[in-house]
Design a protein. Structure first.
Length: 139
């Protein structure tokens, strides 16, 4: 069995944004030489997410609007977490909804996706460098 590990780095100026990282994950699979196995892709920060969905700008807008209704950023005084001096409690909640990461099958050296599926990094508290782990196991 082979293993491969790589960290992708994100540093988005926007407070909230979505980045398609499928090409980077596919490049990791190619570098790993794994033909049959699994890839784990997860955010290593508690205010960002990795998830699978469609790469359609209207849908990304809808995510943003929906998440802001579920956990609005302002007023920041509504969250006990922000009493610590942070102002990112909403980002923690948004991450909880969108998830930490994904596992995808690798078949014949490629991501084994359903129609329209892509891997995304979701940023909910941007402005600093964050990491995404790509871990591949298989043969």
């Amino acid at each position: 069995m082979k293993t491969f590990r790589k960290e992708l780095f994100m540093n988005l100026a926007e407070r909230r944004w979505y980045v398609n990282i499928t090409p980077e994950v596919s490049a990791c699979i190619e570098a790993s030489a794994v033909k049959e196995g699994f890839v784990l892709v997860n955010s290593m920060h508690i205010t960002s997410s990795v998830f699978i969905n469609d790469d359609e700008p209207g849908l990304h807008h809808d995510f943003d609007v929906w998440l802001e209704k579920l956990a609005p950023h302002a007023p920041t005084s509504q969250y006990r977490h922000n009493d610590t001096g942070e102002i990112n409690a909403d980002a923690h909640l948004k991450r909880q909804v969108m998830g930490r990461g994904v596992v995808v099958a690798i078949t014949r050296g490629r991501l084994d996706f359903g129609p329209w599926e892509q891997i995304f990094y979701g940023e909910f508290d941007g402005g600093r460098r964050k990491r995404v782990l790509v871990k591949i196991i298989g043969d």
